[in-house]
Design a protein around this ligand. Sequence first.
Ligand SMILES: [Ca+2]
Ligand SMILES: [Ca+2]
Ligand SMILES: [Ca+2]
Ligand SMILES: [Ca+2]
Length: 466
Amino acid sequence: MKTTVTLGSIALCGTAILTGQFNAVALEGSSGEGLVAGADVIVGDLVGISKYGAVTVGGVPVMAYAIGTTSCNVGTAQLQWFASPDNRHPFIPQNMFRYKNGRLEQIGMGWGKHGFTALQGTVCGSCSASSTGNYLGIGCSDPYSSSLNGSQSGLGTRMEVNAATGVFPGTPNVGMPSAPATIGRRIQVKGSDLDPAQNAGAIYLAEGHYIAQDDAAAGNDNNNASWRQFTVGSLTSGSYTLAFTSTTQRQNAAIFAWKAFDSDVKIANVDVPNDGRFHVGYRVTDNGNGTWRYEYAIHNMSSHRSGRSFSVPVPAGVTITGAGFKDVDYHSGDSFDPTDWSISTSGGAVTWNGGTFATSANGNALRFATMYNFWFTADRPPVAVNASLGLFRPGAAGDPSAMAVGIQGPSAPPVVIVGDLNGDGIVNGADAGLLLANWGGSGVGDLNGSGTVDGADLGVLLSNWS
Ligand SMILES: [Ca+2]
Ligand SMILES: [Ca+2]
Ligand SMILES: [Ca+2]
Ligand SMILES: [Ca+2]
């Protein structure tokens, strides 16, 4: 079911922000949008995980991996696949995630493989082969092994890629440092995030994502990522052996694994006008002790403008505790700021802020093919709210600076009427009766908190008579 909601403007921290249009879509397990005319690349399969040992960075062992990706062209036109220095080929970022204690976190990212030469396989069905490796034929598949995707010389920085248009320089990595030994440019994961002794019950998954300009131009770039579960094996030669299990979940970004593991997770699409798509996932859990855990994850599928803030409204009287944030750090010369987003619980909202583009173009924005986590505990149950996802890069004239996102946040506390001792919303004789029945006692009817129910309390009650 798809629901389109149009909002005018919302108020955030006293500032009116034009939100334009957004689509809040309740998805049933697929981020794909179906066949649209034109080239349409997807990840048809994730096959094989290569490992490359570990390097201690800042006192922490960081392990390096690459995943094999087989792409398919499920579109109606051949997909361009010209090798560098031509830029008409896919860029293929790779990621790893962990689901643990109800939270799906991105635990690693790699640079992107620059595609060259399409083979014409049949992983996704019948193939109408291209006569040249410069195109992936209609219905055809192309395999990149994990060792090929882990070859450092073939990996490109994410910094120069526009995921909304699929455009990047034909000659990648100009001005970038050479790849650091062993772990450079590959998917980097902290050993502690994989260690079985520290991650009992965790489920792991990897994600492959293809970005290509003809696919994007056709509007077929919402289905470009797929995920697959993997298991963590023994620690040998400095890193854990990882192995894929189960089957590839085609046309599903890794955030959809959260929903696959927990059917109470909801995921909304946020389509930024003239830009790309975010997925906003949320899950509210009743802790059973008068508090609720609010868990959010935002995945940038294809927004070049990127995210810079996230704000969930909090009504007066709601107590927020334990607000947190989790990002994933760039590496190997990608000079994006790793500083965690700040957290504010004042001003009628919980707001996470990563800084503005004006302050630094390399600030810690939520860029394409990454997912950040946001969470807090509140003493109120959930209700539908409009959160706000602030955008990092400026848009064109008329483009929104933030997107409203229809999710769940804490509800307002009930209004307490002084003197309404039986809680029926009015102060009348029934309440006076309760007060008189406890005359001289303590507790019920002690409206001024003096410790005794007496005439002063009756006066308070009468002054609030409905
Ligand atoms: Ca596609
Ligand atoms: Ca960080
Ligand atoms: Ca009453
Ligand atoms: Ca009293």
